[in-house]
Design a protein around this ligand. Sequence first.
Ligand code: GLA
Length: 387
Amino acid sequence: MKTKAILLLAIAGILSFSCGQSAPKVDSLKEAYDGSFKMGCAISPFMVSGRNPQAVELLLSQFNAISPDNCMKPESLHPGPDVWNFGPADAYCEFGREHGMFVLGHTLCWHNQTPEFFWTRPDGTPKSRAELVETLRSYIETVVTHFAGKVDAWDVVNEIVAEDGGFRDLGWVKAFGGDGYEVAKLAFQFANEYAPEGTELYYNEFNVWRPSKLEGVINLVRRLRADGLRVDGVGIQAHWGLNYPKNEYIENAIEELSALGLKVMITELDVDVLPISKEGQVIGKSLQDPQYQLEEFEAFLDPYKDGLPAEVEDQLAARYEELFKIFYNHRDQIDRVTFWGLHDGASWKNGSPIPQRTNYPLLFQRDLTPHKALEAVLAIPAAAVSE
Ligand code: GLA
């Protein structure tokens, strides 16, 4: 009698498990979202060095894709007219390969973190159009050829579209003159020419959720394709906050880009919990003025120096939960979701738009323990299975 009861209990247990009523507990992002999208993280040469083995262990247990935070930007790869510095970027690629991760190259053509000599002659005079074309061509040829087979994809052009849907008059565009399309076209043309066929080519941008900017990005991709150029995907940088942007804007951007047959990536994800950083990259610059570091501003602008209050921890979890619900519901359209950093201490959001604050924008805290938000994010696919 007793044996029979135990047997029945065992069968009931197996049945309830296989019916998915109690989905197996997962504690890894990449496992929870396996089959939905890749889970990525931006890393620095310090991570690659392995000097913090706990951080490496956490990274490898949670993520299956990496982005280089700074080591593949033009100022890092080519800091002087006759200087090339491939070492840190090679180590980054090797790290990714060794651990079977998706390896992103970021970024070839950008107005930022690109030395002046790309656009001006040694005597300080501006380069001619022909010289600029040759600079861009030879830079992309050298870099893309060097990393052929080492990266899976390139962010070819970064942040060239303006908030109103036009082009930003910065960096390459300023040097070339004209409306900016020519720069994007040349960069994609050279990337198409020199990158191996299997290396994907992306456009990466912030505030893509804004309808006017989304239209500008869509127009850009359409024009590039009409000119016969391969554009495989668009990265939606997600430097967002607790209550912006509106979720419907995010969903709309994912759907519209995907309708063009593009791979959609959520790149550079972080959720700013501090005041006055709405759309930080655009309006935030003025907040770098030294006056905002004066004592009288401190309590207001940097309120969580000693820790994140429980109610904000809850808000962070709720925000991440709603974002990942959107991503999960659009998992057929999203190829990758990448966080901009592993833990709060490694985030650029401590320094921008106001220097030296204490922010909590990621899923892991400074001591590598998870925020409450991690559990909320992990629970989404499991909840869908058991529904
Ligand atoms: C941009 C760039 C990234 C990084 C972040 C902030 O969005 O694409 O490479 O510099 O800003 O750190």
